[in-house]
Design a protein around this ligand. Structure first.
Ligand code: ADP
Ligand code: MG
Length: 611
């Protein structure tokens, strides 16, 4: 009997491995750039010709290699980065399998020049399909300069599989972006032949993002809001785009421990955080960087290493969502009532003629969105400023001994009286065309859309109840019966828990029929049937499977339908209540679906009319 198992020759093994590591020219660019970064380079130049088919060259000023290391670097599993198997799980450097160079050399003609600082002469190696053609001492710059020519010259099947130069160039650009966005401290340049495509000087993270995507040029440099969170599970930092800059095709990047990753599940968390602040079909830009214990992630789930599994994905989902939401609320809308204060974003002013100062964001690195309750977080300064608009009223504002008014501001040093008066006095608010509530503020005349304001108030209230699972249910005297078909009934079952959290008391009542015994206190019993039917239809039509998305959908629908309508006359008391409730909301400028709630006609605008 002859042996049928032969050891694969090295060259074949390398070609097989190459198939996994090197899928297209962009993979070569990625591996070489990562090596340069690992080598401590501060300048990395990438030159590509014909979409990488003819040439991919990466030149760095990193630490270079000795003569022996230069030769060894091309053998399989040669790596200076892992010493034992345990290292495999604590990925810190970029490459970690020690097969990139071997794989590239297996399927291309490679020329490498490299020199360490301490050596007077460097090394030149020419290698193709794992055969070394030349190795000699040469004069060269410190660092490493690798040229990869005729990629897949010996793998015709692969070569045929490559797309047009333009497409391959697009892939290369994408890989290039994924790397440069993690290393703003390194200078990078990308050339297409002799043409410089992009030059990135060393800068900070925000600067790098702006350079890469030309945000600054488009005067969009104000569009990025910093995010930051620090939890036991992971650290998050980065930037998210303001909702108004959402695009049809947005730039969306997740990184973990300095490595690009795709993560559809966390992507959803970001989208939910924008909770309809953006139009359907448009997407927010985001650049989100996670740092986490390498042991809590599994990088090796996918050969190209962009799909990463986390322990605690669900918990992280919520952290991501909350962090992004926090940033949107904090920088975009919360401090917006103070128009005169520097560095705060402004709410829209109706006048289109006056120039609006571009909003600035400031970033507090110590800010921890999980540290305190939302109410404590509200910047008090803004509330005091807000009240400057109500000077007359403020004089009347009083508070009981030892108590605070609803705005968390203590007016006790003013007049001491017994009555607790939260709201603005009745002369301050009036209704205009049964649609708007008007009042004067520091910088002008404020108009509030009554329906939208109430929509926001209710949405926040319902969302909170669902989240806290503390719905307030009101029993119905004569329970309503909701009859559904089999599909609808399945859909309702899917959201039954969430409905209970918000305050519905629903029971199965025979096959595909439900009895509604209680409803959230804001909702009228008789409208509950149609509301639930609409909700069920929504659930069936949208593929909402994530719990948070369902909760959001419920809160949206209930609040939209229950909110005060336009055209409804409001009593003074109702206006006061609404006004007060609105400004307790973290986001009081936009509705959950992104419409403007509050607008101010500026003093200048009004003065101009009387000139
Ligand atoms: P890995 O990066 O996983 O270690 P590679 O095949 O990419 O495997 O590289 C093999 C080794 O060659 C690296 O561990 C490193 O020691 C060396 N090397 C590769 N590229 C460079 C470079 N640009 N500068 C210095 N050393 C390099
Ligand atoms: Mg490598």
């Amino acid at each position: 009997m002859t042996d049928i198992i032969n050891l694969l020759p090295d060259s074949v093994a390398n070609q097989i491995a190459a198939g996994e590591v090197i899928q297209r020219p962009a993979s070569v660019v990625k591996e070489l750039m990562e090596n340069s970064i690992d080598a401590g380079a501060t300048t990395v130049q990438v030159v590509v010709k014909d979409g990488g088919n003819t040439l991919i060259q990466v030149i760095d000023n990193g630490k270079g290699m000795s003569k022996t290391d230069a030769r060894l670097s091309f053998s399989r599993h040669a790596t200076s980065k892992i010493k034992d198997a345990a290292d495999l799980f604590s990925l810190r450097t970029m490459g970690f399998r020690g097969e990139a160079l071997a794989s590239i050399a297996a399927v291309a003609q490679v020329e490498m020049r490299t020199r360490r600082e301490e050596d007077s002469l460097g090394t030149l190696i020419e290698i193709a399909g794992t055969r070394v053609f030349k190795q000699e001492a040469i004069q060269c710059d410190k660092g490493t300069n690798i040229s990869v020519k005729s990629l897949f010259f010996n793998v015709p099947a692969r070569r045929r599989f490559l797309k047009s130069h333009t497409t391959e160039m697009m892939h290369i650009r994408n890989e290039f972006y994924r790397i440069v966005l993690v290393h703003p401290e390194i200078n990078f340049t990308l050339f297409d032949g002799a043409t410089e495509l992009i030059q990135l000087p060393a800068t900070n993270l925000k600067g790098r993002i702006e350079h890469v995507f030309d945000f600054a040029k488009k005067r969009m440099d104000q569009q990025l809001l910093p995010i930051s969170a620090s939890t036991g599970l992971l650290e998050i930092k980065g930037f998210v785009g303001r909702p108004e800059y959402a695009q049809k095709s947005a730039n969306q990047y997740f990184f973990v421990n300095g490595r690009y990753m795709r993560h559809p599940y966390f992507h959803k968390a970001v989208l939910v955080a924008y909770d309809k602040l953006i139009k359907p079909g448009e997407y927010p830009n985001y650049f989100i960087y996670f740092e986490t214990d390498p042991h809590s992630i599994d990088v090796n789930v996918h050969p190209s290493k962009t799909e990463i599994k986390f322990e605690n994905e669900q918990a992280i989902w919520s952290i991501v969502q909350a962090t992004v939401k926090e940033a949107l609320g904090k920088f975009q809308v919360t401090p917006s009532l103070d128009f005169d204060s520097e560095g705060l974003p402004e709410i829209p002013v109706l006048d289109s003629n006056t120039t609006v100062k571009p909003p600035k964001t400031t970033f507090n690195p110590n800010y921890n969105p999980f540290g305190s309750s939302p109410r404590n977080k509200r910047p008090e300064l803004d509330w005091e400023k807000l009240f400057e608009g109500f000077e007359k009223n403020r004089d009347k504002q009083t508070s009981t001994e030892g108590d605070f008014n609803g705005f968390g501001i203590d007016f006790r040093e003013e007049e001491k009286q017994t009555e607790l008066e939260l709201s603005t006095s009745s002369t301050e608010l009036f209704q205009y065309k049964t649609n708007y509530i008007c009042t004067s503020v520091k910088s002008g005349l404020m108009l509030i859309d009554q329906h939208r304001a109430h929509f926001r108030v209710l949405y926040d209230r319902f969302s909170k109840r669902i989240k806290d699972k503390k719905g307030i249910s009101q029993r119905i005297l004569f329970p309503e019966v909701l009859e559904l078909d089999a599909n609808e009934s399945a859909a309702l079952n899917q959201i039954l828990n969430e409905l209970r959290f918000v305050g519905f008391d629903i029971e199965l009542f025979g096959k595909n029929a439900f009895s509604i015994n209680g409803v959230p206190s804001e909702i009228e019993a008789r409208s509950s049937i149609s509301l639930l039917k609409e909700l069920v239809t929504n659930v069936m039509n949208t593929e909402i499977s994530v719990k948070e998305t369902i909760q959001n959908e419920i809160a949206l629908l209930l609040s939209r339908h229950t909110a005060i309508q336009s055209g409804q006359t409001l009593t003074q008391e109702e206006m006061n209540q609404l006004f007060e409730d609105l400004f307790q909301c973290e986001n009081h400028v936009y509705t959950p679906d992104g419409k403007v709630i509050v607008s101010v006609i500026s003093d200048e605008e009004i003065e101009r009319k009387f000139r």
